[in-house]
Design a protein around this ligand. Structure first.
Ligand code: NAI
Length: 301
């Protein structure tokens, strides 16, 4: 089978000045793609700025690849438009968008203030909409595109202290499903990853697992989903340390309650809730999912 190449393709990768985004940028550039490396270069909580994006561009060009830095924030409509325009100015087209930029403002919900809610929703969820919309319009006109959103087990399974982040990440799963439907007739495929990787964002959180879950073990899935040959649309994948698993929203068989009352719901709850768990796991939290990933990686080594 031929190598999966990106010659002639242009990718925008947001938040690519470090961590997972840098790794995705290097992977696509190594395979021949031209990359707009977007990152305002702030700290984990989103404050400040730096030239991290240019450092990644320098790494890519030193390896013979093609890349341009961009410092606009994904968190406003103007920023989103400027990011897409920067890719057009540099390379004349946009084929791939990886919505990866992210920040953390963790706090137990009862102590979380409005700025912590707004900042996290603005970067993760609105950022994907603000960059995504001008990119999607171009892709629609051209009849071709690939979008990869970055969701998280935090939003899909739950994680203490991340009401803002989990809500934003679950929103990205919904965005993925909707855009997959809207893009399907126009050659556009939209999928999402829920990664676990050792980056500055997860410093001190992963313990022994951090040695097994490099950003470089996530990016091959992004490359697959970004490629012309990608066979899936609207899917969400858990990816960590080389383990890839599909995450999906499902529904139980349910019951029909013709004379439905609150008491009838109470009395039939077992039938309503019953899961037939064959061939998949149903983690109750990010912690439970991380434990099963660690087990799978340990068993495979
Ligand atoms: P990171 O902190 O190294 O990368 C995030 C990047 O986004 C940073 O370089 C930051 O400067 C950039 N960024 C923040 N706000 C921005 C804005 N307004 N505009 C442009 N760029 C902005 O962290 P990491 O781990 O590489 O995270 C990448 C993505 O993966 C994030 O969306 C994160 O939520 C997600 N993720 C990471 C997990 C992990 O285990 N590392 C787990 C689940 C999701």
């Amino acid at each position: 089978m031929p190598e999966m190449r990106f010659d002639g393709r242009v990718a925008i990768i947001t938040g690519a000045g470090g961590g997972l985004g840098r790794s995705h940028a290097l992977e696509l550039a190594r395979r021949g793609g031209a990359v707009l490396v977007n990152d305002l270069g702030g700290s984990v909580d989103g404050s400040g700025g730096s030239s991290a994006a240019q450092r990644v561009v320098d790494e890519i060009t030193a390896l013979g690849g093609e890349a341009v830095a961009n410092y606009d924030s994904v968190a406003t409509p103007e920023g989103g438009a400027a990011i897409v325009q920067a890719a057009l100015d540099a390379f004349g087209q946009v084929d791939i968008l990886v919505n990866n930029a992210g920040i953390l403002r963790d706090k137990a919900f009862h102590k979380m203030d409005a700025t912590m809610i707004d900042a996290v929703l603005d970067v993760h969820l609105k950022g994907a909409l603000y960059v995504g919309q001008p990119a999607f319009r171009l892709m629609r006109e051209k009849g071709y595109g690939r979008i990869i959103n970055t969701t998280s087990a935090s939003g899909l399974f739950g994680n203490f202290g991340q009401a803002n982040y989990g809500a934003a990440k679950a929103g990205l799963a919904g965005l993925t499903r909707v855009l997959a439907l809207e893009g399907a007739g126009h050659g556009i495929k939209v999928n999402a990853i829920a990664p676990i990787a050792a980056t500055r964002m997860t410093e001190d959180l992963l313990g022994e697992l951090s040695a097994r879950v490099s950003p470089e073990s996530v990016s091959p899935l992004v490359a697959y989903l970004a490629h012309q040959d990608c066979a899936v649309n609207g899917n969400i994948y858990s990816v960590a340390g080389g383990r890839v698993a599909r995450i999906f929203v499902a529904e139980t068989q349910g019951v029909v309650l013709p004379d439905i009352t609150a008491e009838a719901v109470r009395d039939h709850l077992t039938e309503i809730d019953v899961l037939d768990e064959h061939g998949y796991y149903h983690p109750a939290s990010l912690d439970e999912e991380t434990t099963l990933i660690a087990k799978a990686l340990a068993e495979a080594s």
